[in-house]
Design a protein around this ligand. Structure first.
Ligand code: 13P
Length: 267
């Protein structure tokens, strides 16, 4: 991978003012980091997005939406359409976060419709996948990950993949084991995370041939200042998707820098 990816999902936290202050602080603290080597992205609440896109150092941080409806318009109360995200100047959307799948009962088929719709509207799709604790205990993790990938990317032809993956990759994957996420989550061991990233990468190659290797795969789920460095040092982990440990700009900046230092010392 040419770049290392660091992103955070702000979930249903931070009001407009807090989001803007956070983004200002984060971009100021990280402004010296070469954006041709790292991508920094933040996924705030919908209501914060119109102000977030106007921050001064806008070019230093990519912004995305937490979810999206799969139609341009219609009788879909409560949904946000891709055109509405385009109107804000956004070019990234997260799809299938574990909380969408498990709290709001979204299905693989729905995530697939959103992925295809995002592609059609020039929004980079960050597809989140991950097994539950129960699926892990039954030894089903690899099957679940493969199913979520095959279903999520269904309908992307080789010609489309070629376009999407030339230059900056326009589809990405975040592996977030459900049991590792949030206040009650226990972080995956570094070995476990690397093993599953290998499964994911092999599946992406099954789907898209060698082009599949160009899709960045990020790890998320209780990333913290202790495990960030060993995680990022793994061969198959291309970036970190962080929740709680990134919600203050200072510690997130420290975490990013410690990862970059580790990568540079490992050559
Ligand atoms: P935590 O890092 O708080 O476990 O959250 C991860 C996450 O859900 C990012 O999308």
């Amino acid at each position: 991978m040419d770049k290392v990816y660091f992103g955070t999902n702000l979930k249903m936290y931070k009001n407009i003012q807090d989001t803007v202050s956070y983004l200002n602080e984060l971009t100021e603290l990280t402004k010296d980091l070469d954006r041709s080597k790292i991508e920094l992205f933040v996924i705030p609440s919908y209501t914060s997005l119109p102000d977030a896109v106007k921050i001064e150092n806008r070019s230093l941080v990519r912004l995305g939406a937490q979810n999206m409806g799969w139609e341009e318009q219609g009788q879909f109360t409560g949904e946000i359409s891709p055109l509405m995200l385009n109107e804000l100047g956004l070019d990234m959307v997260m799809i299938g976060h574990s909380e969408r799948r498990h709290v709001f009962r979204e299905t693989d088929q729905e995530e697939n419709k959103k992925v295809l719709c995002a592609i059609q509207h020039h929004l980079d799709a960050l597809l989140c996948i991950g097994e539950t604790e129960e699926e892990k205990e039954y030894g089903l993790s690899d099957e679940v990950l493969r199913t979520q990938l095959i279903a999520g990317f269904h309908g992307i032809t080789s010609a489309m993949a070629e376009q999407l993956l030339e230059g900056e990759p326009k589809i990405r994957v975040a592996y977030e084991p459900v049991w590792a996420i949030g206040v009650n989550g226990k972080p995956a061991s570094v070995e476990y995370a690397e093993e599953k990233h290998r499964v994911i990468k092999a599946c992406l190659v099954d789907l898209f041939g060698e082009l599949g290797n160009r899709i960045p795969v990020l790890y998320g789920g209780s990333v913290n200042p202790q495990n960030a460095e060993p995680l990022i040092a793994q061969d198959s982990i291309d970036g970190l998707f962080v929740g709680r440990s990134a919600w203050n700009a200072g510690p997130f900046n420290t975490l990013i820098r410690s990862c970059l230092k580790r990568l540079s010392t490992e050559g």
